[in-house]
Design a protein around this ligand. Structure first.
Ligand code: HEM
Ligand SMILES: [Cu+2]
Length: 558
C-alpha cells in the first residue's frame, strides 16, 4: 500500500529540542555534580581520581611490605597482616587502579572527544558503572574493618585456600563481592564504549580514521566482554561453595580445585592485556604528537592490537605449567607467538619517532620510560613462557619482578597520559620542572626496587613470605629493593603534588598545547558540556593537524 498523503506536521516537530540544548538554570556543582553527573567528562574524572586514590592506598600497602622485608627476621608486621597487604595491594592495583584508570578514566573522557561525539551512548548507564566500581572498591577496603581482617589468599585466590574452612569470616566474602562489582562495572563500560564507537562517530570519522587510542580501547572492551563474565561466574561458584554447601572447588565433595585455576586464568591472562592495551594506545598518541608525525604503520598497529587480543584468549594455562595439568607445548607456543605482534608495535613506535622532531617533555619522557620498562618485562615474560625455565623460577621473586616490570611499564604510560591530557581536562599545564623530577625519581626508584628481585628469585627467595633468615644471601638485595620503594614513593608524591598544584596555578594551556593531531584538540580546554562548537573536516586519521598545517596534509592511503 502506498501512502499518498503528506505526513501530517505535528506542531512540536517544528522546534524539536536539539539533543544538546542547554538546560537553563544553575548547573550542579561540587559534590552534587560528582554524584549525579552523566557527562562522560565528569565520569572520566571521577574514575581517574578514584583510581589514583586506589593507587596511593595500594602503594602504602607496598611500603608496609617493603618495610617488613628490609631486614631479615623483622617484626614490623605479623604474617597475617603481610598476607592481607599483598592480597589487597594486588587486588586494588589491578581491579581498581591499573585497568579502570585507563579504559574507564581516559576512555570515558577521551573517546567521545576523539570521535567527535557529544557524549557516551548511554550516559546514565555510565553513571551506574562508576557507582558499581566505587562500591566494589569500598568493599575491598572494608575487609580491613572485619574481625578476621581482609582476605589473605593472594589476588588470584587459589582453591581450596579460599573455601570457608580455610578462610573463614567476611573478609574473603567482601573480596569476592568487591571484585564482582568492579567486574560488572567493567562489563557495563564495555557495552557503553562499544556502542558509542559503533554508533556515535562524527561524519567522516570512519573506523580507519579513529585514533589508535580509540582502537585499542575498543579491542580491550571486547576482551572484557569475553573475560569478565568468566570471572564473575568463578566468583559466584566460590560464593556457593562458601555459603550454600556447594563443592565446585572442594575435592572432598567431589569438586576440582584446578577448575578454579582454569576459570580464573581464563580471565586472568586477558586481564593483563585489558590493562596493557589501553596504555599502548596512550603511548601511541603521545609518541606521535611529540614526534610531530602520523603514527607509523597505522593499519599494522591496529592489526597487531587485534591479534594480541585474539592470542591473549588462548594462553591462560601458562600460569599453570607446574600444576602438571596442562599441555605444555601448546601453551608455550601460543605464549611465544604473542611476542610477534608486540614486537610489531615496538617497531611502529620506533618508526613513529624515526626522523621526527621529538619534543622531549615530561609526557614523552614517561613514554620512553614505558618503552624501556615494558620491553624488559616482555623479555622476562619470554623467559617465563618456556616451561623448562618456568619450572625453575615459578613462585619466586623472579615472577614478582617480571609482572611489576610489565605493570609499571603500563603505569609509566599512564602518568604520561596525565601530563598529556590533563591540560585538556583542566585547562592548565602541569609543571615541567616538577614533572621531570617526578619522572626521574619514579624511573630510578622503580628499577632499584624491582631489578634486584630478579636475582632474589634466581637465589630462590619465594614470593609471599613475610620474613626470611639472615644466612640466605638475600639481605643486601632486599635492602636495595626497599630503599628503591621509598624513592618510588617520593616520585609518586612529587607527581601527585604537581597534579594538584598545577590544577589551580598551572600555565594556561589553550585548546591545543602540543600541536596535537586528533579531534580532542579541536574543542576548548576544558571542553564545554556538549564538547564541540564546530568540527574540522575529517579526511584522515589526524583532522586537527590537517586543519592547522594545510601545507603538510596527511597522505591518505586508504
Ligand atoms: C610502585 C611500587 C610498588 C611496590 C613497591 C610494590 C611492591 C609489592 C610487594 C612487596 C608485593 C608482594 C610480594 C610478595 O610478597 O610476594 C607485591 C605484589 C603485587 N603487586 Fe606490587 N608493588 C608496586 C606497584 C604495583 C603496581 C603498580 C601493580 C599493578 C598495577 C602491582 C601489582 C601487584 C600484584 C598483582 C602483586 C601480587 C599480589 C599477590 O601475590 O597476590 N604492584 N607488590
Ligand atoms: Cu598470562
Amino acid at each position: 500500500m502506498t501512502i499518498l498523503e503528506e505526513r501530517p506536521q505535528l506542531p512540536f516537530e517544528a522546534h524539536e529540542p536539539s539533543l544538546m540544548e542547554i538546560v537553563p538554570g544553575p548547573r550542579p556543582r561540587g559534590i552534587v555534580k560528582f554524584v549525579t553527573s552523566t557527562d562522560h567528562k565528569q565520569i572520566g574524572l571521577n574514575y581517574l581520581f578514584t583510581a589514583l586514590t586506589g593507587f596511593l592506598l595500594a602503594g602504602l600497602m607496598a611500603l608496609v611490605m617493603r618495610t617488613q622485608l628490609i631486614v631479615p627476621n623483622n617484626h614490623f608486621v605479623t604474617e597475617n597482616v603481610y598476607n592481607e597487604m599483598f592480597t589487597i595491594h594486588g587486588t586494588i592495583m589491578l581491579f581498581v587502579f591499573a585497568g579502570p584508570f585507563a579504559f574507564a578514566g581516559f576512555g570515558n573522557y577521551m573517546i567521545p572527544l576523539m570521535i567527535g561525539a557529544p557524549d557516551m551512548a548511554f550516559p546514565r548507564f555510565n553513571n551506574l558503572s562508576y557507582w558499581l566500581y566505587l562500591g566494589g572498591f569500598s568493599l575491598l577496603l572494608a575487609g580491613f574493618l572485619t574481625n578476621n581482617g581482609a582476605a589473605q589468599f593472594g589476588w588470584f585466590g587459589y582453591a581450596p585456600l579460599t573455601e570457608a574452612i580455610h578462610s573463614p569470616g567476611p573478609g574473603a566474602d567482601l573480596w569476592i563481592v568487591g571484585i564482582g562489582l568492579t567486574g560488572l562495572s567493567g562489563i557495563f563500560t564495555a557495552v557503553n564504549i562499544i556502542t558509542t564507537v559503533f554508533t556515535l562517530r562524527a561524519p567522516g570519522m570512519v573506523m580507519f580514521r579513529m585514533p589508535i587510542f580509540v582502537w585499542n580501547i575498543l579491542v580491550t572492551m571486547f576482551l572484557i566482554l569475553l573475560a569478565f563474565p568468566v570471572l564473575t561466574a568463578a566468583m559466584a561458584l566460590l560464593w556457593i561453595d562458601r555459603h550454600l554447601g556447594g563443592g565446585f572447588y572442594d575435592a572432598s565433595k567431589g569438586g576440582q580445585p584446578i577448575l578454579w585455576q582454569n576459570l580464573f586464568w581464563f580471565f586472568g591472562h586477558p586481564e593483563v592485556y585489558i590493562i596493557a592495551v589501553p596504555y599502548f594506545g596512550v603511548a601511541t598518541e603521545i609518541i606521535s604528537t611529540m614526534s610531530r608525525k602520523p603514527v607509523f604503520g597505522y593499519k599494522g598497529m591496529i592489526a597487531a592490537t587485534l591479534s594480541i587480543g585474539a592470542l591473549s584468549m588462548g594462553v591462560w594455562a601458562h600460569h599453570m605449567y607446574t600444576t602438571g595439568a596442562v599441555l605444555l607445548p601448546f601453551f608455550a607456543a601460543m605464549s611465544l607467538l604473542i611476542a610477534v605482534p608486540t614486537g610489531i608495535k615496538f617497531f611502529n613506535w620506533i618508526g613513529t619517532m624515526w626522523r621526527g622532531t621529538i619534543v622531549l617533555n615530561t609526557a614523552m619522557l614517561f613514554c620512553l620510560g614505558f618503552l624501556a620498562i615494558f620491553l624488559f618485562g616482555g623479555i622476562t615474560g619470554v623467559i617465563l613462557a618456556q616451561p623448562v625455565l618456568d619450572f625453575q623460577v615459578h613462585n619466586t621473586y623472579f615472577v614478582v619482578a617480571h609482572f611489576h616490570y610489565v605493570l609499571i611499564g603500563a603505569v609509566m604510560a599512564g602518568f604520561g597520559g596525565l601530563y598529556y591530557w590533563l591540560p585538556k581536562m583542566t585547562g592548565r599545564k602541569l609543571s615541567e620542572k616538577w614533572g621531570k623530577l617526578g619522572f626521574a625519581l619514579l624511573f630510578i626508584g622503580f628499577n632499584l626496587t624491582f631489578f634486584p628481585q630478579h636475582d632474589l628469585g634466581l637465589r630462590g627467595m619465594p614470593r609471599r613470605i613475610e620474613t626470611y633468615n639472615a644466612g640466605m644471601g638475600w639481605n643486601f638485595l632486599n635492602e636495595l629493593s626497599s630503599i628503591g620503594a621509598y624513592i618510588t614513593a617520593l616520585g609518586v608524591l612529587v607527581n601527585v603534588w604537581n597534579i594538584f598544584t598545577s590544577w589551580r596555578n598551572g600555565e594556561i594551556a589553550g585548546d591545543n598545547p602540543w600541536d596535537g593531531q586528533t579531534l580532542e584538540w579541536a574543542c576548548s580546554s576544558p571542553p564545554p558540556d556538549h564538547n564541540f562548537e564546530a568540527l574540522p573536516p575529517i579526511r584522515s586519521e589526524r583532522p586537527v593537524w590537517d586543519a592547522n598545517h594545510p601545507d603538510m596534509l596527511t597522505k591518505v592511503g586508504h
